[in-house]
Design a protein around this ligand. Structure first.
Ligand code: F6P
Ligand code: MN
Length: 330
């Protein structure tokens, strides 16, 4: 049996290996607490809106706020962590000035699933800190996805799973509820180049750009259309769940650009959703693009910036990108 700590002890893939391992263990530990709270659900008084009172008259905190606070507190007291940025915080928070790492996270992805007892997750990205000795600021986080030293997610589903990459393949651990250990369940995960399964919120069809409409229309037409074979939709409504399915059995996930809110470049966040998921998918042999450019090559200008996301099996991702390029030749 290989546990997360044994795996990390044996992995010497990054210059900063010990620090990276230490930070991953901190995140994984907090994941145990979040997982335990989710298991108790309504009984833990953590469902509903922040500021509400539960039936016993106690004030409730939304679970995404609790998850954020737990991660922030644990990482801030990890000496390897120089700063933390979260979907729940407007600005980054400086931690240990001597730390060598920055951590970005989405504390609870798929929040519309929390109150209905469906899968949610925590997504994280670990970057090097290049100004050791000084207090970390937002600008220190603005590094492209290729700089990531490690990335992964915790999926709180029927079981709790940790998927992880240190830049040398993707591994998965399952949390043993009896021992409290994360136990290695899959090594060297690879996804096929082709798939018949796609994930997208089709209710946005009328807001998509023409090439995205064309791509989905082809999939929907199935064996009677251009593609000559049938496709099937799966949509968890939590990116972490859809990416997990793709790592397990392939597929393509899309949250493309749409004109629903023209001010937003996409729905998902580059630095703590798209980049860590792209790192995992590429490490598993898949591809990830904003429909034109490779996501991990995008130079960020804001820690909360949004980006269109198309990721998963290489041949389908390339088809989406080619359709967009045909419509917008450079
Ligand atoms: O974080 C944003 C998110 O919750 C993703 O996890 C998920 O893929 C998406 O939004 C769901 O969007 P929609 O509400 O359009 O189904
Ligand atoms: Mn999210």
């Amino acid at each position: 049996m290989t546990t997360l700590s044994t795996y990390l002890n044996n992995a010497t893939h990054t210059d900063n290996a010990t620090a990276v391992s230490n930070v991953i263990l901190t995140i994984a530990d907090v994941g145990k607490n979040i997982s335990a709270l989710l298991r108790r659900g309504a009984l833990a008084g953590i469902l509903g809106e922040a500021g509400n009172e539960n039936i016993q008259g106690e004030s409730q905190k939304k679970l995404d706020v609790i998850a954020n606070d737990l991660l922030l507190e644990a990482l801030s007291s990890n000496p390897n962590c120089a700063g933390v940025a979260s979907e729940e915080l407007d600005n980054s928070t400086a931690a240990s000035a001597d730390g060598s790492l920055l951590v970005l996270f989405d504390p609870l992805d798929g929040s519309s699933n929390i109150d209905i007892n469906m899968a949610v997750g925590t997504i994280f990205s670990i970057l090097p800190y290049n100004n050791q000795g000084q207090s970390a600021v937002d600008d220190d986080f603005l590094q492209n996805g290729d700089q990531q030293l490690a990335a992964g997610y915790l999926l709180y589903g029927a079981s709790t799973i940790l998927a992880l990459t240190l830049g040398h393949g993707v591994v998965m651990f399952s949390l043993d509820p009896d021992s409290g250990d994360y136990v290695l369940i899959k090594d060297n995960i690879q996804i096929d180049k082709d798939t018949s399964e796609y994930a997208i919120n089709s209710s946005n069809h009328r807001y998509w750009l023409a090439p995205m409409q064309q791509y989905i229309d082809e999939l929907v037409a199935g064996k009677d259309g251009e593609r000559g074979r049938n496709f099937n939709t799966r949509w968890v409504a939590a990116m972490v769940g859809d990416v997990h399915r793709i790592l397990c059995r392939g597929g393509i996930f899309m949250y493309p650009y749409d004109t629903k809110d023209a001010k937003k470049a996409g729905k998902l966040r580059l630095m703590y959703e798209a980049n860590p998921m792209s790192f995992l998918i590429e490490q598993a042999g898949g591809a990830s693009t904003d429909a034109i450019n490779r996501i991990m090559s995008i130079e960020p200008t804001n820690i909360h910036q949004r980006v269109p996301v198309v990721l998963g099996c290489e041949n389908e991702v390339n088809r989406v990108r080619d359709l967009h390029k045909q419509h917008n030749p450079a």
